[in-house]
Design a binder for this molecule. Structure first.
Ligand code: FAD
Ligand code: FES
Ligand code: FES
Length: 1279
């Protein structure tokens, strides 16, 4: 039988018919080869965690190319002849690290590290493919496919840009500074000088010169057929072979790059799969009069052809416009294997697909050639193709016409974030003018994202013929016709019909502005002609460091950074595969909340080969809850598996167990959940639903009312308002994960949790075994942000139940879709307020009522935290605050980075802005007048930031800019914050010193999830013990050595365990003291040896508790942010951010910089692009994919991002004078809403609206910004 052969990291592998098309390269790498460095999260090409590098010789040239692919999208059977390199293959602790790995580590480009291997391999592929010749712009533009939730991207961008030919002074200086620090041996291998590791040659070609990489013979072009019991996979090399394979069966699927499954998931493959990726006749291009592009050409090859031809041939100059457009299509790893034919066929199968290629090609009247056999081709328009019978046919090529110079082409793609998103609306306009005239001979107007039927604006095209479009009269008629003829289809996860319709009209207006001769155009309108294009980003970080206390306060990279960059850092699901292990997936109740379950029928699921068991609530040996009463902060007992009444759509009701994760996920959908009754009432999904409902009394509870203690008498103005803040998905890159291993003792639980103690209790409780039989072990967590404090217990219990019942290792890794629908998120908050102020804006009284959404259970209530933060930096004596909690029919909401605190600060800052606006006062003055007067450094900090940010002169520039530009508007705002830090506990630390060499191991009760707790603890221990950092290692956290510890969260975990570690070290120093005195300045090693042989216990532990003399303290911050919006699309660019935060004397400045940047960018995501959409009738969450939920990407961060630590700061209350940094900066991100308002207000004024406070609906998505402007067709003018 033919085999698929390929290499991974130089070693040859063979795949035969045992592997179904469903087995991805990622599955193979991780489970068959046990290379766990490569991660996965979304399995749809949307996150980049799975990227690996491939070398292959591809037709038509058969030239060897290096390119990145998403290993989750590639079937292992597609890999014939490929040389695959994973992150372990380019460097590790045995062979030494690759310069890319070590540089990313040095620049602190890792936090939790889960996304890191994907970044490294994407850059590695790029670097190799370009022989290292890269510009900074090219580098920054190449990572749209990689998401990182932790870092805020700046550090990653700097690390990679340091390889650029034009890396710039600032990055070079940073690199030099870091290298001067020589903190760790970035080679990673301890060896003599001149060792070969340091000499790894990173010249792409040199590395592969002698490499016998190619397994596939050039003449190996016979059809390769792999048969299994169910599938037949045929790899074909010619059209003849393809047609032969197609003729042999009706039920087949062609596969080229197979990336289409990232857009439309393949539920199951047909019996016959025909891999056409290597058909030479489908590749490359030819040129007669037309340009003929093979349908098998990858998008990467296509854009190269576009760029070259557009420069070489005037008739194809328009291809530069296409090149720029396709830059925004998907991302590089998808484009590297995704083909033209695949894209067009996705459009064929799903007419509503916003295919960019279709729009581009149709705009210029391209034709498509369809082959029914080798000699039977038919050429047709793209519209005819959509209706053509494609059975037994192949798309052969696309034919692009030459265009004379008096034609113009302009295309647009408007997306919810800067890159890697499908279009909300895309459009292409082809203008053919009469020679030497402004009169249109012809115009083509093509749109995507409108409806499955609407492509051409035929009526508008018709009325514009033989007209001069550059007159206001003609333009208005055209805009009106266009508006009227467009029927926009509703699409639940897409922006509204109204927005898409108006946006499409605006894009046409934009194209006219773009082409309009200057004499016909008011120069102020010119600003609408182009879309926002982000300049390359830059960042500075200003902090002081006190060398006398180093390694404390020393800027160093994270201890585990190199291991993260090489994939050697281990996460829960990286536990090596055990024999006979099983995989679990939840069966969910996908019905309206309130429905009653009767039973589950798993017969069909259990029939599938590889399916092992099904469990429901009655199989749980102990109590059916993952929040038992022994766990603090949880009042409600949330069920592991719903036993009767469904609380929210998507609640787990059963567990299906199979021999692999994909199978388990797939067959979980085959289990039929039967219901006694299905609730037909509309679910109450939001606070406002509840407040308007008859169930208001039942669902709303008073949390606390704080009455004012004073009222001012000088009320000159009363202002009312309301604020509606939504939810946010945590977007940890490691979804909820747990691996449970039964052992002689009970069970080892490798959990991705922020709370070991709760995991311990919940697992023991649901298994009905003593707590000491459960060992919870956490090495690290792939991002938590609060979402893995109690929510992780759900999956841990489920895995433990399976392991317990089957006595087998169980892996339970939630798919992104399940994770998003099952797991609770940030608690939405709604408030309404009334504030009475005097002439200066000083508050005389304030009544603020706020409501916070608990979801379906009363666990993790954040209302109290909000109360603690709502005062921020202001005098609150005159404030009456009423806090309420609200039950909705959604998953129980949970802590999410700066939970409650952000909402509190945001409400107050909104009120300050509204006061200032209403009274026409400077918002900073209004804030200052209401600020606490005593012991408040904020006025000084505001002044400092104003100077650093050059705030005043930039305000004038913004005003001038807004005066000069009709369609681009800017806003520049400043916002202060006092973040009240409170302590939780307990947390322990255990420090052991080894007598043989004096090295030290530490373990502690906090969880490393990217916040750098291990590094901080090591710095503290090294400082207190007076030894080098290299002598210290941090061991995984487990529930034996760190029992009873609190969850790691609220920003204080690092501080508290640092405190415990400091105390444990002090105990040890005390024990060592007599020997130190006796030996007279001994070497550390000698001191330890002496103590050991004298019977000293060289291990000490200490438990931090809230009784310790560390006290809550305030963290001060000020931010200034400038934003620019394109009023005609709703897109924006954050031009500059200056953020000053009081970090005390930072334990580790670079780590704190990273925390601040990451938190701020996560906040920007919350306010701009992250939107959760539910089905209002069923309560189903509709945005459960990377395709429709959009956290910020690398090009969404501020173009100029400046971080300042407060100068000369210390902290008498906290630990070793430091302050926490994990969450406060997230609160400051709300400044963008104020800056948006300034920009939008300016646009509205120009549109003729009265001067009025504008509320932009949150999040400020492209749609909400655009709609806030209040466009009318008559606004779209030339003069
Ligand atoms: C993360 C991500 C983001 C994306 N973003 C965008 C975007 O912004 N804009 C956009 O337009 N697209 C986008 N895409 C779609 C992308 O362009 C397509 O996935 C890709 O072009 C498909 O090519 P493929 O070779 O991988 O097709 P495959 O997945 O191999 O095939 C897709 C379909 O086409 C059929 N097919 C393939 N080749 C032929 C042929 N020659 N003749 C007949 N049938 C054929 C297959 O049978 C299959 O049904 C995105 C995709 C992903 C994964
Ligand atoms: S797992 Fe492959 S891109 Fe997300
Ligand atoms: S470091 Fe990127 S997601 Fe955590």
């Amino acid at each position: 039988m033919a085999l698929i052969t390929f290499k991974i990291n130089g070693k040859q592998y063979e795949a035969d018919g045992r592997y179904s098309p469903e087995v991805s390269l990622n599955d193979y790498i991780r489970t068959e080869v046990s290379l766990n460095g490569t991660k996965a999260m979304c399995h749809e090409g949307g996150c980049g965690a799975c990227i690996v590098s491939v070398q292959a010789s591809l037709p038509p040239s058969n030239e060897v190319k290096t390119f990145a692919v998403n290993s989750c999208l590639v079937s292992i059977l597609s890999c014939h002849g490929w040389e695959i390199t994973t992150v372990e293959g380019i460097g590790n602790k045995i062979i030494g690290y690759h310069e890319i790995q070590s540089r990313l580590a040095k620049f602190n480009g890792t936090q939790c590290g889960y996304c890191t291997p994907g970044w490294v391999m994407n850059f590695y592929s790029l670097y190799m493919s370009k022989n290292g010749n890269l510009t900074a712009e090219e580098i920054e533009n190449s990572f749209s496919g990689n998401i990182c939730r932790c870092t805020g991207y700046r550090a990653i961008a700097d690390a990679f840009k340091s390889f650029a030919s034009n890396s710039g002074q600032s990055v070079n200086k940073k690199l030099k500074d870091i290298e001067d620090l020589a903190i760790f041996n970035t080679c990673g291998v301890k060896c003599k000088e001149n060792c070969h590791h340091k000499k790894i040659n990173h010249n792409a070609n040199d590395n592969f010169k002698d490499n016998e990489w190619c397994i596939l013979n050039k003449d190996d072009n016979e059809t390769r057929v792999l048969k299994s019991q169910r599938y037949m996979w045929s790899k074909v090399y010619s059209l003849k072979q393809a047609f032969k394979a197609m003729k042999q069966c009706d039920n087949y699927k062609l596969i080229a790059g197979n990336t289409g499954q990232g857009v439309y998931h393949v539920k199951s493959y047909p019996d016959n799969v025909i891999d056409i990726f290597n058909i030479a006749e489908l590749k490359g291009h030819t040129q007669d009069v037309n340009l003929i592009l093979g349908a098998g050409t990858t998008l990467t090859d296509m854009v190269e052809i576009f760029l070259r031809l557009s420069a070489e041939n005037e008739d194809f100059a328009y291809l530069k416009e296409f090149y720029d457009h396709v830059d925004l299509v998907a991302h590089i790893p998808v484009k590297n294997i995704g083909t033209i034919g695949g894209n067009l066929y996705l459009k064929y199968l799903n007419n509503e697909f916003q295919s960019d290629l279709f729009v581009l090609f149709e705009t210029v009247g391209a034709m498509v050639t369809i082959a029914a056999s080798v000699n039977d081709n038919k050429i047709m328009t793209l519209l005819d193709f959509l209706n053509y019978d494609m059975r037994q046919k192949i798309i052969l090529n696309i034919v692009l016409p030459p265009l004379p110079s008096y034609c113009s082409v302009k295309t647009y793609k408007i997306m919810p974030r800067s890159q890697n998103s499908h279009a909300a609306v895309n459009a292409g306009f082809f203008f053919k003018f009469q020679k030497n005239s402004r009169i249109l001979d012809n115009i083509t107007m093509v749109f995507g994202g409108i409806s499955s039927q609407f492509t051409h604006a035929i009526q508008t095209e018709t009325i514009l013929k033989e007209k001069d479009p550059f007159t206001d009269e003609v333009l208005q008629r055209a805009l009106k016709t266009l508006y009227d003829e467009m029927i926009v289809e509703a699409a639940p996860t897409e922006p509204s019909q109204t927005y898409r319709k108006l946006l499409a009209v605006s894009l046409f207006y934009k194209s006219i502005l773009h082409l309009c001769p200057d004499d016909k155009l008011n120069p102020r309108n010119k600003s609408g002609a182009e879309i926002i294009k982000r300049v390359i980003s830059q960042g500075t970080q200003m902090y002081e460091t006190d060398k006398t206390v180093w390694p404390l306060n020393q800027p160093i990279p994270k201890l585990e950074a190199l291991l993260q960059c090489s994939g050697e850092a281990v996460f829960a699901n990286d536990l090596t595969k055990q024999n006979d292990e099983v995989y679990g997936a939840f069966v969910t109740a996908d019905v309206s909340p309130g429905s009653i379950i009767k039973k589950c029928d798993a017969i069909d699921a259990l029939k599938e080969p590889g399916v092992i068991a099904f469990y429901s609530a009655k199989d749980i040996p102990g109590e059916n809850t993952f929040t038992p009463e022994q766990i603090p902060l949880t009042a409600d007992r949330e069920e592991i598996l719903c036993s009767k009444t469904v609380k929210f759509n998507g609640q787990p009701v059963g567990i299906i167990v199979a021999n692999n994760q994909k199978l388990a996920n797939r067959v979980a959908k085959l289990v039929k959940v039967e219901y006694e009754s299905i609730n037909t009432n509309k679910p109450l999904l939001t606070i406002s639903d509840v407040l308007k409902s008859s169930e208001r009394e039942k669902r709303v509870k008073t949390f606390k009312i704080i009455e004012s203690t004073e009222t001012g008498k000088d009320v000159k103005c009363i202002i009312y308002g309301e604020i509606n803040m939504g939810s946010q998905y945590h977007y940890y890159m490691e979804t909820q994960t747990c691996v449970t291993v039964p052992n002689e003792d009970g069970m080892d639980v490798y959990a991705g949790t922020q709370w070991l103690d709760a995991t311990n209790i919940a697992v023991a409780n649901c298994l009905n075994i003593p707590v000491n039989r459960v060992n919870v072990i956490v090495r690290r967590v792939g991002g938590g942000y609060g979402g893995k404090i109690t929510r992780s217990l759900h999956v841990a219990c489920a895995a433990a139940i399976v392991s317990h019942l089957l006595n087998k290792t169980c892996r339970f890794v939630l798919s992104l879709q399940d994770n998003m629908k099952i797991i609770g998120k940030r608690a939405p908050t709604y408030c309404n307020f009334e504030v009475g102020v005097n002439k200066q804006g000083e508050i005389q009284y304030l009544k603020n009522k706020y409501y916070q959404d608990l979801g379906c259970a009363e666990n993790e209530v954040v209302a109290g935290i909000t109360l603690g933060h709502i005062g921020s930096c202001y005098t609150t004596k005159r404030w009456t605050i009423e806090a309420y909690t609200v039950h909705t029919d959604t998953p129980s909401t949970t802590w999410c980075r700066a939970p409650g605190s952000m909402e509190g600060i945001v409400m107050t800052e909104y009120i300050m802005e509204k006061i200032a606006y209403t009274l026409k006062k400077d918002p900073i003055e209004v804030r200052l007048i209401n600020m606490k007067k005593d012991d408040n450094p904020l006025p000084d900090l505001i002044n400092q930031l104003k100077t650093d940010a050059d705030f005043h002169s930039r305000e004038l520039i913004v005003q001038q800019f807004n005066k000069e530009n009709r369609w681009r508007k800017r806003g520049l705002k400043l916002m202060p914050m006092t973040y009240e830090l409170f302590y939780i506990g307990p947390y322990n630390a255990l420090v052991s010193i080894y007598h043989a060499d004096g090295t030290v191991s530490v373990t502690h009760g906090a969880v490393e999830m990217g916040q750098g707790v291990n590094t901080k603890v090591a710095q503290v221990c090294a400082h207190v013990l007076g030894i080098g950092l290299d002598k210290i290692t941090i061991k995984p956290t487990n529930s034996f050595t760190s029992p009873n510890c609190m969850a790691t969260g609220a920003s204080v975990g690092s501080e508290c365990v640092s405190y415990a570690a400091m105390k444990a070290c002090e105990i040890l120093l005390e024990r060592l003291k007599p020997f130190r005195d006796e030996l007279d300045e001994p070497e550390w090693k000698d001191l330890i040896r002496k103590a050991h042989y004298s019977g000293v216990d060289l291990q000490a532990s200490y438990m931090y508790s809230t009784n310790e003399p560390v006290k809550p303290y305030d963290i001060y911050g000020v931010v200034a942010l400038e934003v620019e919006i394109d009023c005609l699309t709703g897109n924006h660019e954050v031009k500059r951010v200056d953020l000053l935060e009081d970090t005390g004397r930072s334990l580790s400045p670079e780590i704190d910089v990273a925390q601040i940047e990451g938190a701020f960018v996560m906040g920007l995501g919350y306010w701009t692009s992250e939107k959760l959409i539910y089905d209002k009738n069923t309560g189903e969450l509709l945005t459960t994919r990377t395709w429709n939920y959009k956290p910020p990407g690398i090009k969404d961060i501020p173009a100029d991002f400046r971080i300042y630590f407060r100068r000369n700061s210390s902290n008498t209350c906290g630990v070793l004078q430091s302050k926490a940094t994990g969450e406060p900066a997230l609160c400051l991100a709300a400044v963008i809403t104020h800056a948006f308002r300034e920009a939008i207000s300016s646009a509205r004024l120009e549109a003729g609206y009265p001067e009025q406070w504008v509320d932009i609906e949150y999040p400020c998505t492209i749609e909400n910004l655009y709609m806030a402007v209040g466009h009318k067709l008559e606004h779209f003018k030339l003069k």
